[in-house]
Design a protein around this ligand. Sequence first.
Ligand code: C2E
Ligand code: CA
Ligand code: CA
Ligand code: CA
Length: 283
Amino acid sequence: SQVAMYAAKKRTEDIVQYKQELMTSTPESLSLLSELRQAVVNHELRVYLQPKVSSQDNRVIAAEALVRWQHPEKGLVPPYQFVPFAEQTGFIRELTKWMIREIAAQWHGLQKGNDTFRVSVNLSTRDLMTTSFPEFLAQTLREYNIPASGLCLEITESAIMDDPSFAEQTLAKLSNMGFRLSIDDFGTGYSSLGYLKRLPVNELKVDQSFVFGMIENNSDRMIVQSTIDLAHNLGLDVVAEGVETEQMYQTLAALGCEEVQGYFIGKPMPVTDFKEWREEWNA
Ligand code: C2E
Ligand code: CA
Ligand code: CA
Ligand code: CA
């Protein structure tokens, strides 16, 4: 069929793109790439969870999964030291799949009470461009018997803007499958607001730079307030990240921001620590 032919062509394009990525690499980056591959094989990657709290009742209702690399010599390596590289080389596709499998394996152990506890995962532009990605997600969730609504997919504006029409198709697919879609770092990308009405997104994440500035800087406060109003007028929820103080939390709650995430509530932590931490927080 035409659909199958298109899928086959797209896969070939994926492979060609991957080969081109490898050929343009320098020797140093090739060694980091092989180190990253080894990191997966040697179980050196870790999923950390950062709590997201409802500003209505202060309860932990979700978490964002963030990758860490537990390096045998370098210790705990933060994502900014290897995620951008993984994105450049295309290795991010493996990393994203690893994260999703890992989250899927932990998902049932994170459920508590009647409401679905949602886990957010960060996607990169490469994931959106990989034709087989939605099917990978569907299959992994089936394998672990997880509803699509149990995952939230965080996507930056810039990841969408790399190829808006293709991203739009993928996002429509993912939305139809039941995944919750979130626009990460909202307000920092070079994008028009027009795409918001076309894309099937459920929430906006106010970028932490605006949250940090909000208390002292009137423009930042206005940006946060306008983002919240815009989101609500479009029927979207708002999550604020980078909430470091009680004052920020209270201000955001007063502005109607539904969910807050930041060091004031909790830092990203290993999954077992997260479960203990949540017991205490909700007690
Ligand atoms: P992000 O998706 O915007 O994630 C939020 C970042 O802000 C996290 O940094 C988190 O630890 C940090 N953060 C949260 N609350 C606060 C706060 O109150 N104050 C401050 N100063 N920082 C706060 P992290 O974990 O270092 O991740 C950095 C970025 O790396 C992420 O930004 C995301 O773009 C990328 N990243 C992390 N994990 C993954 C992943 O699994 N896949 C992909 N594609 N990207 C990832
Ligand atoms: Ca994120
Ligand atoms: Ca963010
Ligand atoms: Ca960011």
